[in-house]
Design a protein around this ligand. Structure first.
Ligand SMILES: [Cu+2]
Length: 140
């Protein structure tokens, strides 16, 4: 390897290391969530799906902005998606849910409002009906 090539290689390795140290560092003031963070959930919400029907908690889903919510989804027949959307149809988050497992996601809502739940994985001919408007209410 040529000396100039070796210098470039070392420079690139240095840039890679510095970039990763900075972006993974807890010293970065805007870094709220660290890769190794494992906060305990403030609230747990169980969701079941079978035969193209979401079974949400009967009392509805009401959470507070800023609290950690653990969504647990158990799907009984095929692979569905669990997606949460804002009223303007932009996605907040989604997870693919494998049937027969307890699929978990931890989320913190930043803004109060009403959120829709949709299946985000094509699951068959009734997939497009899998929408629940205003399924999650996030309060201040
Ligand atoms: Cu679907």
């Amino acid at each position: 390897m040529d000396v100039r090539e070796r210098r470039w290689l070392y420079l690139l390795i240095g840039v890679f290391l510095v970039f990763n140290v900075i972006t993974l560092s807890p010293l970065v003031p805007w870094q709220e969530w660290l890769f190794w963070s494992d906060p305990p959930p403030d609230k747990r919400v169980s969701i079941e799906i079978e035969n193209y029907q979401f079974k949400l908690p009967p009392q509805g889903i009401e959470v507070k902005a800023g609290e950690y919510v653990e969504f647990t989804a158990v799907y009984r027949d095929v692979t569905y998606g669990f997606g949460v959307f804002r009223p303007d149809s932009t996605m907040v988050f989604q997870m693919q849910v494998i049937p027969g497992y307890e699929n978990r996601i931890l989320w913190k809502f930043d803004a109060p409002g009403s959120y829709d739940v949709r299946s985000t994985e094509y699951s068959g001919p009734q997939h497009s009906t899998m929408v629940i408007k205003d399924a999650i209410r996030v309060t201040q």
